[in-house]
Design a protein around this ligand. Structure first.
Ligand code: IPE
Ligand code: IPE
Ligand code: MG
Length: 257
């Protein structure tokens, strides 16, 4: 409760600090450009990934300050297994290190951690670390940090469809009862509001299988900087761009009503 009050107080002071509108409840970020950042400096790709962890810490701290309720970070896609074995191994170890070093600090800050993505094919020790982080932080309410790991929107939808098909087969569900809400409730993000804003770094302008269903009406902000250079100012600027957008959801602009 006290954490929530703190967050709202900070949110108010930030909006006095120049935000032209309401801070989105859910911001999702495609953290891209680590490898190119490193390549430009003559460093191995792993150096970019390692530097990217510092941006993760900065992004979480800024999101807490800005009063964002849900921050989703795309950290490993279901297609990233296609990379060389050494790079995949490095990324898996970074997750292990993050779970071991950062989770208790996030817990102290009142952050609830949730990991989305396919879990059953991950190494058992990683699954244990994920479950421990989720359990330890489940009652926190300052912010929810969703880490998308071994996540792919198509895989998530396929898993949801499989579950629903199973229910139909066992006679617990009628096909006519399958609605968009029911599908939402069977995704990894069940009970989490859709992201109002999706940010992608490094100048690429694509979704790469991220939150396909949930981003149906999201606003997109593409920033030129690579993920290791992402900071509070870039985040604030993306929020401001979002606030100036006119969201219509298929209807008409508020001004023309
Ligand atoms: C993002 O940076 C991190 C992951 C996808 C795991 P990249 O590794 O994709 O870096 P670029 O896009 O090749 O520069
Ligand atoms: C998307 O980035 C995945 C993550 C940020 C984890 P990629 O670098 O894998 O995407 P593509 O291959 O450029 O589309
Ligand atoms: Mg990339």
């Amino acid at each position: 409760m006290s954490l929530r009050v703190t967050r709202q107080t900070e949110e108010q002071s930030e909006s006095q600090g120049g935000f032209p509108g309401a801070v989105p409840r859910h911001v999702a970020i495609i953290m891209d450009g680590n490898g190119r950042w490193a390549g430009r400096r003559g460093l191995p790709r792993s150096a970019g990934h390692s530097k990217g962890v510092e941006s993760v810490r900065r992004a979480v701290a800024a999101a807490l300050d800005f009063g964002v309720e849900y921050l989703t970070l795309y950290s490993f896609s279901s297609e990233n297994w296609r990379r060389p074995k050494e790079e995949v191994g490095y990324l898996l170890n970074l997750l292990r290190r993050f779970a071991n070093r950062d989770v208790s600090e996030l817990h102290a800050q009142g952050v609830r951690i949730k990991v989305i993505g396919e879990r059953s094919s991950l190494a058992p020790d990683i699954v244990t670390l994920i479950e421990r982080a989720e359990e330890m932080t489940q009652a926190n309410s300052a912010m929810t940090l969703m880490v998308a790991f071994n996540y792919g929107g198509r895989d998530e939808l396929a898993r949801a469809v499989r579950e629903l098909a199973q229910q139909v087969l066992s006679g617990h569900l009628l096909p006519s009862e399958i609605t968009p809400d029911l599908i939402s409730n069977h995704l990894d993000t069940a009970s989490i509001p859709d992201p109002e804003l999706v940010i992608r770094t490094s100048g690429e302008q694509r979704l790469s299988n991220f939150l396909l269903w949930q981003s149906a009406y999201s606003e997109f902000v593409f920033v030129e900087e690579a993920w290791p250079d992402f900071d509070r100012e870039i985040f604030a600027s993306a929020l401001k761009q979002y606030m100036l957008r006119d969201r219509r959801f298929g209807g008409l602009a508020a001004t023309s009503l």
